[in-house]
Structures are given as structure tokens and as C-alpha cells.
Design a binder for this molecule. Structure first.
Ligand code: AP5
Length: 214
């Protein structure tokens, strides 16, 4: 299973990618998570990405592409992957095609998770993240058992720095201008499926599995 999840910030791509990765037994490859991991580790990629993440704009395509190529070459991605957050513009869509072509691999589907902006905003402002294990919560829709603490590892939950209102506005603009054209790109290749991202996490998962004929 080689799948791309597309959709605006806060659409629930990461949440769905986690569920689908466990279901299909393939890794969830999130470029946002990879950048945040590199940032915490203080790697050269993390240091380069920091300014872009803080502003809510896209990190350079070559840096991002190298990071993705390195990740999908790992052994655990041999049976496939769920890509979340990549590609993010037309150039990255073409880079990914080339990346897969030279590896003699193909993409099964690109699934766009469609959520209106007002819902996206409420999902993003309520999101809390565990800085230690990466688990994601929402203060209303999927709260932790103990307020402010991660269920999995007990660490204190934080708000992502780029979830501040002014940065979210920039990220939504980047999605409209740079990422949304990928919908036509994958439609032309007969790979695009669109599902509504409204409703519960389980309802959205069921819709995705339905379009994947699973
Ligand atoms: P990234 O981390 O990819 O952020 P994003 O695309 O903006 O997506 P989000 O993580 O905000 O949202 P999501 O759709 O995964 O939603 P989630 O499941 O968390 O990117 C961050 C930055 O990294 C970028 O701005 C850029 O700088 C850089 N970057 C990343 N990729 C790049 C690339 N390819 N090229 C260049 N730069 C790149 O859900 C959101 C909330 O809603 C959560 O609290 C969740 O619990 C809740 N929720 C989820 N589903 C539901 C539901 N059905 N009902 C109710 N609540 C729900």
C-alpha cells in the first residue's frame, strides 16, 4: 500500500495516517513530524527547517525530497507507506514520481480529506501534542484521560508553535496556493479519491477504506 493523504492543515491527515498505517502494517511518513523530530535533535535539517516551520511556509523542496527519499528507503517502508504532508506542491509531486520511478514503485492512491476552513480552525486551535512520543490529542474531540498529560507516556502536552492563529492563516494560504493544485495533478493520473473529513475519526477512516475498496 503506497498512499498519499492530501488536505488542508488540521484536516485530520495525521490522525487518519496513524490508523491506516496500523491497519496496513506500513509506516506513517509525515514530513511535518520528521521536521519536528530533526528540530528536537538539533540536526542540520532541523536547524534549516526551523525558520520555515515558525513562519508556516514550505521548507525548500530539495531538503524535503532528500528527507523523504531517505525515509522511504528504510526497511520498514519496503511493503509501503502512508505519506502525510508530502508532496505539498507540484514540484514535489513531480519529485515523488521520479523517486518512485527510479525505485520501480508505484503509488496506489492519493486521498484528499476535505474539511471546510471553519472546522479546520477549531481542530487546530484545540490540538495538543506530546513532545515526547508524538501522540496527538484534541481538548474537546479526543482529550487525554488526565488534562494536559499524555496517556501513552505521561509527558506534559503542548500546543504546536505553528498552531498560533497568525501562522495558521499563513498555512491555509500556502495550502490554497501551492498544495491544492495537486488535486488536479492526481486527478489527471486517475489516482485521486476525495472523502469528507467531517464526523468522527472512525467515520472518516471508514470512508477512506471504502474508496480504497478495503
Ligand atoms: P505538517 O505537520 O504536515 O502540518 P499540516 O499539513 O499543516 O497538517 P497538520 O499536522 O496541522 O494537520 P493534520 O491534517 O495532520 O491534522 P491532525 O490529524 O493533527 O507541516 C508543518 C510544517 O512543516 C509546514 O507548515 C511546513 O513548514 C513544513 N512541511 C511539512 N511538510 C512539508 C513539505 N512537504 N514541504 C515543505 N515543507 C513541509 O488533526 C488536527 C486536530 O484535529 C487534532 O487535534 C486531532 O485530534 C483532531 N481531529 C482529527 N480528526 C478529527 C475528527 N474526525 N473529528 C474531530 N477532531 C479531529
Amino acid at each position: 500500500m503506497r498512499l498519499i493523504l492530501l488536505g488542508p492543515p488540521g484536516a485530520g491527515k495525521g490522525t487518519q495516517a496513524d490508523v491506516l498505517a496500523a491497519h496496513y502494517g506500513v509506516p506513517h511518513v509525515s514530513t511535518g513530524d520528521l521536521f519536528r523530530y530533526n528540530l528536537r535533535q538539533g540536526t542540520p535539517v532541523g536547524l534549516e527547517a526551523k525558520g520555515y516551520l515558525d513562519r508556516g511556509v514550505l521548507v525548500a523542496d530539495d531538503v524535503t525530497g532528500r528527507m523523504v527519499a531517505e525515509r522511504i528507503d528504510r526497511e520498514d517502508a519496503a511493503p509501503g507507506f502512508i505519506l502525510d504532508g508530502y508532496p505539498r506542491n507540484l514540484a514535489q509531486g513531480e519529485d515523488l514520481e521520479e523517486m518512485l520511478r527510479v525505485r520501480r514503485l508505484h503509488l496506489d492512491r492519493a486521498v484528499a480529506v476535505d474539511v471546510p476552513e471553519d472546522v479546520v480552525l477549531s481542530r487546530i486551535t484545540g490540538r495538543r501534542l506530546c513532545p515526547s512520543c508524538g501522540a496527538t490529542y484534541h481538548i474537546l474531540y479526543s482529550p487525554p484521560a488526565q488534562e494536559g498529560r499524555c496517556d501513552r507516556c505521561g509527558a506534559e502536552l503542548l500546543q504546536r508553535p505553528d498552531d498560533r492563529a497568525e501562522t495558521v492563516t499563513v498555512r491555509l494560504g500556502v495550502y490554497r496556493d501551492e498544495t491544492a493544485p495537486l488535486l488536479a495533478f492526481y486527478r489527471e493520473r486517475n489516482l485521486l479519491e476525495t472523502v469528507s473529513g467531517l464526523g468522527s475519526v472512525d467515520e472518516v477512516t471508514a470512508r477512506i477504506r471504502e474508496v480504497l475498496h478495503d
